[in-house]
Design a protein around this ligand. Structure first.
Ligand code: CP
Ligand code: NVA
Length: 315
């Protein structure tokens, strides 16, 4: 396997299926060691990571800061509106300056192109903490949670219902395809996944035996599924389209009726934050199907795997 040391994680398409699988296994190992009492695994001792936020965050903000800390490193958390970026300093200058101080740059950005530009000009690994196109750290934690629950993802029917063209759906498609799962998406025509993602997922599928199908009817995707996943209808930055999106996605709500079409032992997943009464009902997210808190917890351990793999061992 080509070493992951020094590489960027801008979207999961940057990696090969066996590399994604390895990161998931390392995440599971990180969690096991944490629970056996090894709270600090100091592979990043003396290292630092800049965490830049252009958008709000609860889970990613806290779990990334703690992930760096639990690996013995130092996280520098930055709000972009408090940086010179906000006064017009170019992204490429920011990338080169930060590279002289820190061992990696992680960023949550409004436009995916900002991450690509950071990566082009930084001398250290750049990690995507969410863009309008992808949310790879979320998907690594998600498939890790599926492995914990079902023992593996190969052949696992995973339904995703709602906005299939958003960051979370894009990353989930690639992560499930990398592990050989059966991805069944349901969305209105205008909210289908990007062709770039579908094309890369098909490349993964030709290696792993995964399947990717896109339906219009939520019932078709969910029938017999072991995992039913959804995300908000209006992502950060899409506020101007809120009304139209709520109207077009209304029949894609994950409710008790839909969950009853899934497998008997099906689980409900959501990256959070959730809008109860929109994409999911209170009864589903608070009901016996829901494993959303395990998902949130696994962000921490999956991210330790990514940080250790990309940074530890760098000269
Ligand atoms: N799921 C997720 O990324 O949550 P935050 O926006 O709170 O970081
Ligand atoms: N799709 C959502 C995910 C939030 C974690 C958004 O971008 O707002």
């Amino acid at each position: 396997m080509r070493s992951l040391v020094g590489r960027d994680l801008i979207w999961l398409g940057d990696f090969e299926p066996h590399e994604i699988r390895w990161l998931v296994e390392l995440g599971l190992l990180m969690k096991k060691r944490y629970y056996s009492g090894e709270r600090i695994i100091p592979v990043l001792r003396g290292r630092s990571v800049a965490l830049i936020f252009e958008k709000p965050s609860t889970r990613t903000r806290v779990s990334m800061e703690l992930a760096v800390y639990q690996l013995g490193g130092y996280p520098v958390v930055l709000r972009s509106d408090e940086m010179q970026l906000a006064r017009g300093e170019p992204v490429k200058d920011t990338a080169r300056v930060l590279s002289r101080y820190v061992d990696a740059i992680a960023a949550r950005v409004k436009r995916h192109e900002t991450l690509e530009e950071l990566a082009r000009h930084a001398d250290v690994p750049v990690i995507n903490m969410l863009s309008d196109f992808s949310h790879p750290l979320q998907a690594l934690a998600d498939v890790m949670t599926m492995v914990e629950r079902f023992g593996g993802v190969a052949g696992l029917p995973v339904a995703y219902v709602g906005d299939c063209g958003n960051n979370v759906a894009h990353s989930l498609i690639l992560a499930v395809a990398a592990l050989g799962g059966f991805m069944r998406l349901a969305c209105p025509r205008e909210y289908r996944p990007s062709t770039r993602v579908l094309k890369r997922a098909e490349e993964f599928a030709s290696i792993t035996g995964a399947r990717i199908e896109v339906f219009e009817e939520p019932e078709e995707a969910v029938k017999g599924a072991k995992v039913v996943y959804t995300d908000v209808w209006v992502s950060m930055g899409q506020e101007a389209e809120a009304e139209e999106r709520r109207r077009k996605l209304a029949r894609y709500q994950v409710n008790e009726r839909l969950m009853r079409l899934a497998a008997k032992d099906a689980v409900f997943m959501h990256c959070l934050p959730a809008r109860r009464g929109e994409e999911v009902t209170e009864g589903v997210i608070e009901g016996p199907w829901s494993i959303v808190w395990d998902q949130a917890e696994n962000r921490l351990h999956a991210q330790k795997a990514v940080l250790a793999a990309l940074i530890a061992g760098r000269a």
